[in-house]
Design a protein around this ligand. Structure first.
Ligand SMILES: [Zn+2]
Ligand SMILES: [Zn+2]
Length: 339
């Protein structure tokens, strides 16, 4: 099977080069042949080293809505390849908050505030909402209650809201992840809320929540103690690698909340990125913290699941969120759909 795919690739590569030569009108010479040989050699090396890491057996069987299958897919580098189609139920993990606190006397979940006063990752309590008031956001009403929106409240620009999740347990979430990772020439920087991957419990892993100032007009998303919450359409997703959540809480000196819904395990396999590489908590399998991480918080080393070594991403212990900031490999443009 692999050999057939490889042959097809070579034919494709040759056809591609032929058409290029026709297009630019350059004459084939020694240099072109040399290039072609190198190209073949590189592809041959890649073929020998390429491996599939993602396997449906890693995922919680109770989270699947449909049996996993292999389908044809096209990656954002133009490559046509094969992907796993993984379809999960919408809310497979405990998802009862805390999210928004009712009043300034209460403590809620977690927020990331990017205004001028007291900005940063913090607990949702009086100090956060008073900072937002100081910045001109009317988020505390005259009774000392926190204004909350379950997203059904339509724009009332005079007020700001704490965004309280809505839950829909009846959605099906489908992910398309390549069997064999293909490295991009430069990494894909993860945008705000962009899908990063899927956790082993079948939950989407996403980039930073929307900016309170920029996108939210003073509306602030609320996250639970493990760093997840519901999308306005009702499915739970992670903005943090939850197995390392308590490390981050402690780095930010947050003592009011503890992540208890996810077992804290510093070298746990957390999920798979949408490029097909695994995502781990902050340590390697011997418990040491890697010192050779690249710009995407990734490196190559042996792991418990891949003793021969694998490129993989790590959670940060000190950043909030603690997700990889970029991905090394190509992914399906619409790697995630739900219905
Ligand atoms: Zn979110
Ligand atoms: Zn590692």
């Amino acid at each position: 099977m692999k050999r057939n795919l490889f042959s097809l690739f070579i034919i494709g590569a040759l056809l591609f080069q032929t058409s290029c030569m026709e297009d630019d009108g350059s004459s084939p010479g020694d240099e072109d042949e040399q290039l072609n040989d190198n190209e073949l050699q590189n592809e041959e090396q890649q073929e020998e080293s390429s491996t599939t890491y993602i396997d449906p057996d890693f995922f919680a069987s109770s989270s699947f809505a449909v049996t996993a299958k292999v389908v044809d897919c096209t990656l954002d580098n133009g490559s046509t390849t094969q992907c796993y189609e993984l379809t999960f139920i919408s809310n497979p993990v405990p998802d009862d908050g805390p999210f928004c606190p009712a009043t300034t006397s209460d403590v809620g979940g977690l927020g990331i505030y990017d205004g001028n006063t007291n900005a940063g990752f913090q607990v949702m309590k009086a100090s956060l909402f008073e900072a937002m008031e100081a910045d001109g956001y009317d988020i505390i009403d005259v009774g000392g209650n926190i204004r909350m929106s379950d997203f059904s409240t339509k724009d009332k620009p005079e007020f700001s809201y704490c965004l309280q999740p809505v839950v829909n347990d009846n959605l099906k979430l489908t992910f398309y992840i390549p069997l064999e990772p293909e490295d991009l020439s430069s990494p894909n920087t993860i945008e705000t809320v962009e899908l990063i991957g899927v956790s082993l419990d079948g939950v989407p892993m996403n980039g930073t929540p929307p900016s309170v100032v920029g996108f939210g007009n003073g509306n602030i998303p609320s996250l639970d103690a493990c760093g997840g919450h519901h999308d306005p359409s009702g499915y739970y997703h992670w903005h943090f690698i939850s197995e390392s959540m308590n490390e981050v809480l402690s780095a930010y000196q947050i003592s009011e909340l503890t992540c208890t819904n996810t077992e804290q395990d510093k070298s746990a396999l957390s999920g798979f990125a949408k490029d097909g590489y695994p995502i781990y908590a902050y340590a390697d399998m011997d418990g040491s913290e890697p010192s050779d991480l690249d710009q995407c918080n990734g490196h190559f080393s042996a792991t418990a699941e891949f003793p021969d070594g694998v490129y993989h991403y790590h959670a940060s212990k000190t950043e909030a969120p603690n997700m990889p900031p970029c991905l090394k490999g190509a992914s399906v443009t619409n790697a995630f759909v739900y219905q």
